[in-house]
Design a protein around this ligand. Sequence first.
Ligand SMILES: [Zn+2]
Length: 217
Amino acid sequence: MVVGLSWSRLRGVLDLLWRLQAPEMLKFFAWQLAHGIISTQQLLWARHVGLDTFCFNCHFSREDLYHLFFECNNAMAVWASMGITILVTRATLAKSSWLRGWYTVHGVLGLVVLWEIWLARNSLLFKNNKIPSHVIASRTWGLYGLILRTFRQLVVHQEERWVPCILPSLAQVVIHIDRSALGSPGPARYGGLCKDNSGRWQCGFYGDVGITDNLHA
Ligand SMILES: [Zn+2]
């Protein structure tokens, strides 16, 4: 058992991680988050490793989990550009069950955002490369879409439904097109088919349009 964790808290964390359909790197990151052992300046300083606790990005506040992921200006810009409203406070993160609550609301996407903010923070720290918030958001959507495709979370079971069709005149075809996005925004695809004047299928097509919302899909 991890030192300092009650059985109920550890059980909750493990339940979450076992169910998580995501790469191992993201699972391990989530495990570190749940245990509060992400190596922020605050944590390192508390363990007598770092020289101070200031955030590398804004040089203004103490870099703890809350500041790094939710309070720092760069992090807030990422959430804003992704259209995600944050209802997390520093007091929230002090609760042992915060990650389960976070995952319940935001799913894998919520973990991917935190992961990309963490990578951007490390890029600034170790490579002196500051990654703009819109790039972090773009990378988040890219990794999230990849995870959905890889772990087949795009499969949505729906009941079969007939739709009306007006058949074309002789020597003409009718084209039916539909599209959807899983989430708003989320991974989006389109598909269609052509029928002749007797209703016979002539050809079909489909494709991937990346990450967008239902309106633009
Ligand atoms: Zn900061």
